[in-house]
Design a protein around this ligand. Structure first.
Ligand SMILES: [Zn+2]
Length: 196
């Protein structure tokens, strides 16, 4: 495969802001007969358009009154209306986050517990629940090598339950493709989240 073919295969353009990003980093929408259906997992057949997973781009996307002529002419009808879009994305992002956390746990890439953050050699990311005390959080962070991504997300209860464990405040994720998906979906969940 040539470089160009590879690029064409994986790079898509956000219809709202024009940014070019990797396909898996955008939200996919399938276009059929003037209907615009969000396709979070990227599995629905059909022509597709893309938008950045940010409140600004999705809001602008949902306000589009015209799509490029190659899709259709006339006013688009959105399967998820604008007023529900932010909540919809947040729910999908959290589902994906939990899915990848479970996968990471199953494959041994995720180690639960405060000590794990130190025990994992060069963890790619450390997830700390929002209800972990600041003092504990800064203790955990102090020991981490430069470049470790810190994610604050969820509660001890949710994080533990997601992994089939007791309430859990800290989990370390070893460098792996799963780690980058976890960081990706956690940042989207936080971006759209209502929790402070
Ligand atoms: Zn965009």
């Amino acid at each position: 495969m040539t470089r160009t073919a590879e690029k064409n295969n994986s790079i898509r353009t956000c219809l709202a802001c024009g940014a070019e990003r990797r396909r898996e980093d955008l939200v996919r929408f399938v276009v059929a007969a003037g209907g615009i259906t969000p396709d979070w997992r990227g599995v629905l057949p059909g022509r597709a358009v893309y938008a950045c997973p940010t409140p600004a781009c999705l809001d602008r996307f949902c306000r589009l009154r015209r799509f490029p002529d190659r899709f259709f002419s006339g006013a688009p009808v959105f399967a998820v209306p604008r007023e529900n879009m932010m909540a919809w994305v947040q729910e999908r992002a959290e589902e994906s986050l939990l899915h990848f956390l479970r996968l990471a746990r199953k494959s041994g890439a995720l180690m639960p517990g405060q000590n794990a953050a130190r025990a994992v050699t060069a963890p790619a990311a450390v997830l700390i629940s929002r209800d972990t005390a600041e003092r504990t959080a800064s203790l955990v962070m102090r020991g981490l090598p430069d470049g470790t991504v810190i994610i604050r997300w969820g509660t001890k209860q949710r994080l533990g339950a997601a992994l089939g464990l007791r309430p859990l405040g800290v989990a370390a994720i070893a460098a792996s493709p799963l780690a980058s998906r976890i960081v990706h979906y956690a940042s989207i969940a936080n971006l759209f989240g209502q929790e402070s």
